[in-house]
Each structure stands twice: as C-alpha cells, then as structure tokens.
Design a protein around this ligand. Structure first.
Ligand code: KG4
Ligand code: ZN
Length: 357
C-alpha cells in the first residue's frame, strides 16, 4: 500500500511518501519545512504567520517528496492531519489533500495528530506482538498524554492507536515546560534541545525544584506550572546576584531532571498498575538525550521492561508519522474521494474530547 502523508497542524510543513507492506512501514521520502526561524522573533508560534507560510510551502514540499520518492505514480491513499492544531494551518493541509484525492482518485484518511505521534514508533522499527500491552507516553510542545495500548495497531480493527487514555497534563505540556523555562534562561525558541545540550555533564541535584505529589494530582496526571514558577523565581534570584551565567548548566540539568522525574514516575507506575510489557515514548520531547539515557538505565535493572522510541527524524512533527497512522487506519477504511464525507472533511482545532477512563 502506498500512502502520501501531509502534516501542517503547527509550524512544520511536511509531505511524505510511505509504503506499508507485510506489516512494515518504510519511508520513501520525507520533505519538511520548519518555520521555527519565522516564529523565533515572537518567542512562540504565531497562528496567522504559520498558516500563510504553509500556503507558500506546501506545494514545494509536495514536489520535493514526489521527486525524492522517484515519481512513484498515484498513491492508494492520502493521509492528512485534520485535528487538533491551528485551524488556519490545518486547513492548508486538508484542502491540499482533498484536491489531490479528487485529482488522483485516491482515498482520503483524516488523521488525529496524536495518532501520528504514536504511529511514529512503528516506522522502520519492528515492535513484537508480545510488547503489548504497552504504556505509551506522548510528550510534545502541546501534549502530555499517557495511554495504554492493548495491541499492536496492525492487529487492531480501525488501526486504533490511542488506546485508553490514562491521564494528561492539567496545565502546561512537558515540551512547553522546556520551552518556557528555556525562554527565561535566554535560549531561543523552541528551547527543549538547548536545555538538553546545556545540561550534559552538569549537576542535576544542585537546585531543588518541585515535583508535584500524586496526592495533589490524579495518579496519572501531570502538572508543570509549579516548576515553571519556581524556576522563574530562582532565575531572578541568581540574576540579581550576577550568578546566572555560571549556574546555567546546573540549572538546566535540574529543570530537565524535574520534568523527567515526573514523566517517568507516572509512566513506570502505569506499567506496574496495568502489567504492561513495554514502554513507548513519542513526540518532540522523546528526542531528549537524558530521557533516552534514563530509559536505558531502567530497562537494564532486574525486572525492567523493554522500551521503544521513534527514530530521531520521526520525533518532532513530520508527515511520515501521519502517513503511518493513515496506513494502519486504511487497512480497514478510508473516505472515497467523491463521497460527501470526503468533500465535507474539515479541520478541527481541538480534536476529540478525551477523558481518562
Ligand atoms: O512534537 P513536536 O515537534 O510538536 C508538537 O506537536 O508540539 O514537539 C516540539 C517540542 C518542543 O516543545 C521542543 O522544545 C521539544 O519538543 N523538544 C525537546 C527536544 N527536542 C525537541 N525537548 C527536550 N529535549 C529535546 N532534545
Ligand atoms: Zn506534534
């Protein structure tokens, strides 16, 4: 099966050609334009700037992706992120996908952005059936969600990816906690990988930062707003004593460790409670080097469970993961290009309402 994926929900404009054969997902091409430089002066993503830039870049990305795939003909389906995200940005991808589906007669598969992140685990990586149930953590700039995936998505009807939602963040997402504290430290947007880099080899126990207690939150809920406030007060204090520059690496390591402690304590607790056989971590924050190191340490302990990360190129937003989620779903269905549902397909800013079960 050949799938063209399109992602334009936020500040990455991405098109990918992916093949799904014998339960293997292989990327034939991936062309992504990152708008980070455009948004940097504003310290965050400006929705109208994002949407306008997607209009300019989506066709060049499409042309690049088709060229890189070696002019592969007509895809069986076009998978496009239609929720959640910035509505103007999403609409650029959705309208492009509808036009291509009509022109090529390919099926159209609307994809939830988080299904895309979860599907990224399975691209060019074999995850055995006995790795399920899996506790899956989505950690990105906009989401911190913990799921229980009961089975490999290739074996589930409708290619269900998100499984059961165990919990999420009450306030900021994990990536947002990295980005906001990085901004206070003077790093450019997005700051996650700057903190990651600055923290290497530094002391994570020098500054004491809050880890919310499970008694204050639901068992699988997260909260990062207290950490942000505490980091802000600490930064102001160090600044007033002209000690900030010298303390920066240790401060980055301490912030990073506080974020990871919270993410991992809930994830490991979910493994115990649900008897999970493995852990999967996806989304931009899954690129974090200390997170990967800590998972490796935990897995090597007696009784440690195996863990899976997407390949680095599939951690941050990209269209290959959207095509992969589309491939799992298309094994069951997909909208016919001329059907009323396909013509009515639109962008939804908030996605589905999800509540932990
Ligand atoms: O998944 P993604 O590209 O976009 C969303 O769907 O939100 O994630 C972007 C997030 C940003 O918050 C960025 O700071 C964070 O991922 N990020 C990292 C690292 N690389 C990207 N956070 C920590 N360490 C990293 N190495
Ligand atoms: Zn994302």
């Amino acid at each position: 099966m050949k799938i063209l994926g399109i992602e334009s929900s936020c500040d990455e404009c991405s098109v990918s050609w992916l093949e799904y054969t014998d339960s293997r997902l292989t990327t034939r091409s991936l062309s992504t334009f990152s708008q980070i430089e455009l948004h940097r002066p504003f310290g965050g993503v400006v929705p109208e700037v994002a949407a306008r830039n997607h209009v300019e870049t989506i066709l060049p990305m499409l042309a690049d992706a088709l060229r890189e795939a070696g002019s592969p003909g007509v895809p069986d389906a076009i998978a496009v992120t239609n929720r959640p995200g910035l509505v103007g940005a999403l609409l650029v991808g959705v309208c492009t996908a509808k036009a291509l589906a009509l022109a090529w007669g390919s099926k159209l598969v609307p994809v939830h952005h988080l299904d895309g992140h979860l599907a990224s685990l399975f691209i060019e990586q074999e995850i055995p059936a006995d790795a399920f149930p899996m506790v899956a953590l989505v950690v990105s700039g906009g989401h911190t969600h913990l799921y229980l995936l009961k089975e490999h998505p290739a074996r589930v009807s409708q290619g269900a990816l998100r499984g059961t939602l165990l919990g999420g963040s009450r306030d900021d997402a994990a990536g947002e906690a990295f980005d906001k504290t990085a901004k206070l430290l003077g790093f450019p947007y997005p700051g996650g990988h700057h903190i990651d880099r600055a923290a290497r080899g530094a002391r994570a126990d020098r500054f004491v930062l809050p880890r919310p207690q499970s008694t204050q939150l639901g068992e699988f809920e997260f909260s990062f707003s207290g950490l942000k406030t505490a980091a802000m007060q600490l930064i102001r204090k160090l600044e007033s004593h002209h000690e900030l520059e010298k303390a920066k690496p240790d401060l980055c390591a301490s912030i990073q460790e506080a974020i990871l402690d919270q993410l991992l304590s809930k994830t490991f607790r979910a493994v115990t409670v649900y008897g999970a056989k493995s852990i999967g971590i996806v989304g931009g924050v899954s690129a974090n080097s200390r997170l990967r190191e800590r998972l490796a340490q935990e897995a090597s302990r007696p009784g440690g469970v195996p863990y899976f990360f997407p390949h680095l190129r599939y951690c941050t937003d990209n269209a290959a993961m959207i095509a992969a989620a589309g491939a799992f779903r298309l094994a069951e269905d997909g909208l016919l290009p001329h059907s009323p549902e396909a013509l009515m397909l639109t962008a939804l800013p908030h996605g589905d309402v999800e509540r932990p079960r």
